[in-house]
Design a protein around this ligand. Structure first.
Ligand SMILES: *Cc1c(COP(=O)(O)O)cnc(C)c1O
Length: 391
């Protein structure tokens, strides 16, 4: 199958499928921790890498391999390595490409656990991180030191949907001999393909849109074989690899990824436009709206505005909590990328552990609400929000 010639809809359904001797139509779930050899000689050949094939599920598993091949085809990557979670993917990336004494430049608006990993875990191993504006390319350039090895960003950012110009930051990285890693969790390859824009590494939390139904944790690191050599080496040795069962769930999820991303995006745009017209809403943050300060860049870089909408209500925390507490259908949770619409108050949940001053500097006000727009009817989502907004 010449997968590069197929559309994303097709790749999500077909790419990576390998049938066993039984000819099953749906991908097989191989629940086995190890694999049997035909002879001592074959075992020896497998272990020294002379003969390709499975040995042990910490190294490879056929169901996990199908997941890796499918996601690699969607991202246009030479290689994909699957991990136990999105955070395991970020850890594997860091452990695979960095060593003690190296320096990282990262966007200030990263997922909270990622910041925690950089500040409190890899720092212990002598790797320092400098944070810069997600959108100001000059800051990335200025932060580079002789020992800088990695740029790390997420776009659009959470929850304010700030856009990083991947091509421009990749050009800076390339000119300074630095690798650029992009966490592509919010867009998925359906909306944005960072490797085509010059990034070296793509990270996924498969937990979000790749599953799409909030069932299991997983992640992935993608890039060319040479860049990923150390990443795979770390995973194979340390063990935070993806379970075969979870890979099978993700394979099913990816079959509808294109359909879902289109539907999430259309619903999010409709909801964002409706929110902009509500008298008690001060501001709406959604890259698909012409009022977004980086709308043009977003529409050049991403196919749509995506499924995440944030908005600020008049009346601060009290008003924001009233909107949340008056919903009857929306799920009050910090998760996203689900068929079910989720709602959360960023300042008191995902960003509660940073100081009020740091939150204010980042623009996360007390009236801010983030919605992970699901696939219910948009009018039902609007009615659920209107109850608390209009009282
Ligand atoms: C959820 C998330 C992660 C972490 O993924 P887990 O699967 O929860 O470990 C990383 N980055 C982003 C942008 C996320 O939303």
């Amino acid at each position: 199958m010449h997968e590069e010639n197929y559309q994303p809809d097709t790749l999500g359904i077909r790419a990576g499928t390998v049938r066993s001797q039984f000819g099953e139509h749906s991908e097989a779930l191989f629940l086995t921790s190890s694999f049997v050899f035909e002879s001592a000689a074959q075992a020896a050949a497998r272990f020294i890498g002379e003969e390709p094939g499975n040995i042990y599920a910490r190294f490879t598993n056929p169901t996990v391999t199908m997941f890796e091949q499918r996601l690699a085809a969607l991202e246009g990557a030479e290689q994909c390595v699957a991990t136990a979670s999105g955070m395991a993917a970020i850890l594997a990336c860091v452990m695979g490409v960095l060593k003690a004494g190296d320096h990282v430049v990262a966007s200030v608006s990263l997922f909270g656990a990622t910041v925690n990993l950089f500040n409190n875990i890899i720092r212990k191993f002598g790797i320092e991180t400098t944070y810069v504006s997600a959108s100001n390319v000059a800051e990335w350039q200025a932060a580079v030191r002789p020992n800088t090895r990695l740029f790390f960003l997420e776009t659009p950012s959470n929850p304010l949907t700030e856009i990083s110009d991947i091509a421009a930051i990749a050009a800076v990285a390339k000119s300074r001999g630095v690798l650029l890693a992009v966490d592509n969790c919010f867009c998925t390859p359906i909306l944005q393909r960072p490797l085509e824009l010059g990034a070296d590494i793509v990270i996924h939390s498969a937990t979000k849109y790749l599953d799409g139904q909030g069932r299991v944790l997983g992640g992935a690191v993608l890039g060319n074989k040479k860049t990923l050599e150390g990443v795979y080496g770390f995973l194979r040795t340390a063990g935070p690899t993806m379970s075969a069962f979870n890979a099978w769930i993700f394979l099913k999820g990816m079959e509808t990824l294109k359909l879902r991303m289109d539907a999430h995006s259309a619903a999010a745009l409709q909801l964002a436009q409706w929110l902009e017209a509500q008298p008690n809403v001060v501001r709406v943050f959604y890259p698909g709206l012409p009022s977004h300060p980086q709308h043009e860049l977003a529409m050049r870089q991403q196919k749509t505005g995506g499924g995440i909408v944030a908005f600020e209500v008049k009346g601060g925390k009290e008003a924001a909590w009233r909107v949340i507490d008056n919903t009857k259908m929306l799920s009050i949770t910090a998760n996203l990328g689900d068929t079910r619409t989720t709602i959360c108050h960023s300042a008191s949940t995902t960003h509660a552990r940073i100081s009020a001053e740091a939150r204010a500097a980042a623009g996360i006000s007390d009236g801010l609400i983030r919605i992970g727009v699901g696939l219910e009817a948009v009018c039902d989502i609007q009615n659920d929000l209107a109850r608390g907004l209009n009282c």
